[in-house]
Design a protein around this ligand. Structure first.
Ligand code: NCD
Ligand code: ZN
Length: 354
């Protein structure tokens, strides 16, 4: 029998896709991310959405305040930097893109097809409407992040990512060959193959939950709302392709948790919100994935190098240490004046952050 690695020290990772929410909810969750990651790219789907550099500046301040108000949230000696994104709308002005680039703290602009997911009703209705903004982003070299699913109710929910590739993403890449694009939280073989076949300007994030679970998890002995997210979990054959992509060492794939907190009551209901909360164990869950694939040595590039390189930011020099030591996830965490149910609630995670 091969001896098992019992601990692992890697460069402090970054989370390239996270939802922090705002106000008391933000203060409830931000510590989970700040403790593990040096930087996180914060999604702009607040209500109202973060559509201007000024709004991003104010949101950034609230995040920094939430972290510094609780110094115990951070690892000893470690810092945490939120990286901001803007929410692209049909009306985003090229001038706002220029301001975003100049700001130094806005690192990307997020494309949500209108109606595709949580808080996306201000999203894009027709691709042509955002050509001026995309042209400005290409010119200023500001990356576009896409929620890669069509919102068309007539398209089967399991096909929405593949249809997005054919009808939207291909067109964006063709028309704006100099634009850096991140295909967020990819879930299918079609997405993996498309990213692999595209040029170096296209990257992709992969969540821990899409690497760990297939769609059976949503229906295990009953309906399990805490496994419901968008894009929805897919068949095993897709999960295995994602796993190969994440663990294969290709720099186009990098860590993005898409940790998306929702109060328990808004998920355990007749029409529950989409979103899986993983920030409490984000790095540890990815360690399980890479350990399971027998390539723990590839966790560091996936979690700490590929994303930074894609975004043109320096790699982190601080380190974090993980131990093979199972711990029990609480049944719930406080979330503003409610609670949220994290992934693996009441169950164990095999790796622990020291
Ligand atoms: C996200 C959220 O709750 O904000 N939900 C999700 O299921 N991933 C939105 C998103 O990223 O699609
Ligand atoms: Zn998301």
């Amino acid at each position: 029998m091969q001896t098992q690695i019992s601990s692992l020290t890697i460069a402090r990772p970054d989370d390239w896709h996270v939802h922090f929410r705002d106000g008391a909810a933000l203060r409830s969750v931000v510590g989970h991310t700040a403790r593990r990651f040096a930087r996180a790219l914060v999604m702009p789907n607040l209500k109202p959405p973060v559509t201007s550099v000024e709004a991003a500046r104010e949101y950034r301040t609230r995040i920094v305040d939430a972290v510094t108000a609780h110094p115990g949230l951070l690892q000893a000696g470690a810092g945490f930097t939120p990286l901001m994104s803007l929410y692209l709308t049909d009306n985003t002005a090229p001038q706002e893109i220029a301001l975003a680039k100049q700001s130094g703290f806005v690192h990307a602009v997020k494309y949500y097809p209108a109606g595709a997911t949580t808080h996306s009703d201000a999203g894009i209705t027709r691709l042509e409407r955002v050509y001026p903004a995309l042209e400005a982003m290409q010119r200023h070299d500001l990356p576009l992040l896409v929620h890669g699913e069509v919102a068309d109710a007539e398209v089967d929910i399991y096909d929405r990512e593949a249809v997005f590739i054919d009808t939207v993403l291909s067109q964006i890449l063709r028309r704006f060959p100099g634009l850096r694009v991140v295909f967020e939280h990819i879930t299918t073989r079609e997405a993996v193959q498309f990213v692999q076949g595209a040029g170096a300007k296209l990257g992709a994030t992969i969540t821990a939950h899409h690497l760990l679970y297939n769609r059976n998890a949503i229906f295990q002995g009953g309906i399990r709302p805490h496994y419901y997210c968008l894009p929805v979990l897919k068949r095993e054959e897709h999960r295995s392709v994602l796993l190969a992509a994440a663990t294969g060492g290709d720099p186009k794939f990098f860590l993005g948790t898409d940790s998306a907190p929702h109060a328990r009551g808004t998920k355990e209901t007749a029409c529950g919100c989409a979103g899986v909360y993983t920030a409490h164990a984000a790095l540890e869950l990815y360690a399980e994935v890479f350990d399971g694939a027998g390539v723990l040595d590839r966790l560091e590039p996936f979690a700490a190098f590929h994303g930074a390189d894609f975004y043109g930011l320096s790699r982190n020099v601080e380190k974090v240490r993980l131990e093979r030591s199972a711990w029990k996830v609480p049944d719930a965490y406080p979330f503003a004046d409610a609670s949220l149910v994290p992934l693996r609630a009441g169950d164990s995670v095999a790796w622990k952050l020291v």
